[in-house]
Design a protein around this ligand. Structure first.
Ligand SMILES: Nc1ncnc2c1ncn2[C@@H]1O[C@H](COP(=O)(O)OP(=O)(O)OP(=O)(O)O)[C@@H](O)[C@H]1O
Ligand SMILES: [Mg+2]
Length: 240
């Protein structure tokens, strides 16, 4: 659950992350949520949408990875009524198949900006921008598709999460090396061995967030039955 939110801010749906951001994402931002597989990127994306849906906002989830049924099953296990919102036409799930790159590119470059302009969602999630950039045939097209989509999201007035896969060699950078520059903000998720608990510890850090101050420390988070929960008060874990 999120705390009360300041003007010009959009609750992320994760109270600890709102605290790290001094009140949530600045309204209208495109924020890259970057992390390795299984770090909870999709979970955070759905939690962010659910927060808006619970305030009767319209939302769009653009997926190049998981099918609607899988995303709804994920949401169901956290008791987020995503299915219900889709039936009530508050939430649009747009599926793009990376196997059909030409169709997917056409949808993103021409149809989607129009759809966003007409439908005016308050929240958008793109899962993932890494797959999106793979649809492009060359670097110039890759830049164009990521820039255009970010511009269309900003133009329609939404606040947006771009989900990005971390580069396996340089986990603080995205696979395409592009989205972190296009985005207004970057939230980095990561995990590491935790010798104290004989397991893995999850932590996140706000790398950049234009037009706001924010915590720069690395804060632990867990994924539990109610979704993601960040401890913004924990002592800094070091550099992620
Ligand atoms: N109900 C749950 N309770 C606790 N942890 C969960 C639950 N559901 C999922 N998780 C954790 O969340 C992880 C998956 O999160 P998510 O799908 O959001 O990751 P992701 O970063 O999007 O991964 P990918 O890069 O593969 O798409 C699981 O690997 C698991 O550790
Ligand atoms: Mg995912």
């Amino acid at each position: 659950m999120s705390a009360s939110i300041s003007p010009g801010r959009v609750s992320t749906g994760v109270a600890g992350l709102d605290e790290m951001l001094k009140g949530g994402f600045p309204q209208g931002h495109v924020v890259l949520v970057l992390g390795p597989p299984g770090a909870g990127k999709t979970c955070l994306g759905l939690q962010f949408l659910n927060e808006g849906l619970s305030h009767d906002e319209r939302a769009i989830y653009l997926s190049l990875e998981e099918e609607v049924a899988a995303l709804e099953a994920t949401a169901r296990q956290f008791s987020w009524p995503i299915e219900d919102a889709r039936r009530k036409n508050k939430l649009k799930m747009v599926m793009l198949d990376p196997q059909h790159a030409n169709n997917a590119m056409k949808r993103i470059m021409s149809e989607l900006p129009r759809e966003l302009e007409e439908w005016k969602p308050k929240r958008i999630v793109v899962d993932s921008v890494s797959l999106l950039s793979l649809l492009a045939e060359n670097d110039a097209e890759r830049r164009e598709v990521v820039f255009n989509l970010a511009a269309a999201c900003r133009k329609c007035g939404a606040t947006t999460i771009f989900i990005g896969e971390a580069d396996p060699i340089h986990p603080q950078a995205s696979r395409d090396g592009l989205a972190e520059y296009v985005a207004d903000g970057v939230v980095l998720l990561g995990y590491e061995e935790d010798p104290d608990r004989h397991g893995v510890r999850l932590a996140m850090r706000v790398v950049k967030m234009r037009r706001t101050s924010h915590m720069r420390s690395r804060q632990p988070y867990v994924i539990g039955p109610r979704g993601m929960d960040v401890d913004a008060k924990a002592v800094d874990l070091g550099s992620l």
